[in-house]
Design a protein around this ligand. Structure first.
Ligand code: HSE
Length: 418
């Protein structure tokens, strides 16, 4: 007996993802999911679908009792929130790809899911085609997840690849990312790490039960990275990536941030090029696992929406297990990081704030140091991303207190030479 629910979809948005989903659904009749109406903003635009499918009236979808699923893949955060909350309140299940809206309103959306009993699924909102959210929620349903390190923004990874491996200029690389449909309509969201931290906020919830507005998570983007940083990276046999990292500390709290990071050229994340995303999870017994796939673009994103739709046929819901069934972890700033910092002038660098300075290159064309600094210094101050200063974390960036004491002892001599 087929107990699967028939899905009648109201789709909001017919851009890169919406159109992708429309085409993907045409090729997957076995899903028994049909789009009844598509709500768009601009009725005048030419679209490759029957005109009768489209409307500019959101209520035609939200108030249609036959429509039991709303798929929301639009660009505007406020409008997306209104659509999603109204749909849930109207008894519909929802699939959304609006990472910014989801991350900024997760608390409210958790309440609404509980209150209405409806599902809100958003696999496409983090790492597009990689099924990372559902895996964190279901497979890593225990306390054994040590760490997560991921490249979660396709555009910045595309730009870094094009700039440092194919010698394209920043502007050219960004333009290409925009033309290919990877970049946000405001590309600052990609470049400055905002998109990545929005995704990180969702990942922290499903990995550790941490509920944090993106503004409460430390982040920066790739806007400060320049060619001399790439040259130093090469010398050290590293690549530079924008990495979202979370790690369980010895005290049970979690370190979490989004920052540029050196990754070893023979490591998993170095393998991730262009618009691909990659996530390395480390847990007690499985050791390392590497998820890899396209993190942006029409069909890769649509494929995650499709998988959510498929899950809705058997009433799947996120239980937010780590938050509600386990002891939710806490985000901490109480740890140290090893960082490479390049800058124009020494006067911009508060040397007394470093626990140790391990390398000091005053003679280089662009000056740089490698040092250990307490993370709260980076949280509370912004010298490290002002005045053309750039910071890149080391591969095993997170250092806990005991290790630092050892390093400090060793480095006192070195500091004396400076
Ligand atoms: N702008 C986003 C990215 C799209 O480049 O990753 C996918 O979320």
């Amino acid at each position: 007996m087929d107990t699967h629910k028939k899905l009648t979809i109201g789709l909001f948005g017919f851009g890169v993802v919406g159109e992708g989903l429309y085409k993907v659904l045409l090729q997957t009749p076995s899903l028994k999911a049909t789009i009844k109406k598509v709500c768009i903003k601009d009725a005048g635009k030419k679209r490759e679908a029957p005109a009768s499918l489209f409307t500019t009236d959101k209520w035609e979808l939200l108030n249609d009792p036959e429509i039991n699923v709303i798929v929301e893949v639009i660009n505007e955060t406020d409008a997306a929130l209104e659509i999603v909350t109204t749909a849930l309140k109207n008894g519909k299940d929802v699939v959304s790809a609006s990472k910014k809206m989801l991350a900024e309103n997760l608390e409210l959306l958790l309440h609404l899911q509980k209150e209405t009993g409806r599902s809100l699924l958003y696999e496409a909102a983090a790492c597009a085609s990689i099924p990372v959210i559902r895996n964190l929620e279901e497979y890593y349903d225990n306390d054994l997840l040590h760490s997560l390190r991921g490249i979660v923004n396709g555009s910045t990874n595309f730009i870094l690849t094009k700039m440092f491996e194919e010698n394209l200029g920043f502007k050219e690389a960004l333009l290409l990312a925009q033309q290919l449909g990877f970049a946000e309509s405001d590309p600052k969201l990609d470049v400055e790490g905002i998109d990545a931290v929005n995704k990180m906020s969702l990942l922290l919830m499903h990995a550790y039960g941490i509920l944090k507005h993106p503004s409460q998570i430390a982040f920066t983007g790739i806007q400060q990275i320049n060619a001399s940083d790439a040259a130093v990276a090469k010398e050290k046999r590293f690549d530079i990536k924008l990495v979202a990292q979370a790690k369980k500390l010895l005290n049970g709290k979690v370190a979490g941030f989004v920052m540029p990071q050196f990754v070893r050229q023979d490591g998993h994340l170095s393998f991730v090029k262009n618009e691909y995303n990659g996530v390395v999870l480390e847990s007690s017994f499985a050791d390392k696992q590497f998820f890899y796939g396209k993190g942006a673009g029409s069909f890769p994103t649509a494929s995650a929406v499709l998988s959510d739709l498929s899950a809705l046929r058997y009433q799947y819901q996120y239980e937010y297990k780590k938050r509600f069934h386990h002891q939710a972890a806490e985000l901490s700033n109480d740890f140290y990081v090893r960082a490479y910092i390049s800058f124009d002038d020494w006067s911009y660098i508060p040397r007394d704030k470093f626990m140790a300075i391990e390398e000091w290159h005053a003679e280089a064309e662009r000056k740089y140091l490698v040092g250990i600094v307490h993370f709260s210094e980076l949280r509370e101050n912004s010298w490290w991303k002002e005045n053309n200063t750039s910071l890149i974390l080391y591969p095993e960036a997170i250092i806990e207190d005991l290790e630092v004491r050892k390093i400090k002892k060793l480095s006192l001599e070195l500091a004396g030479l400076i």
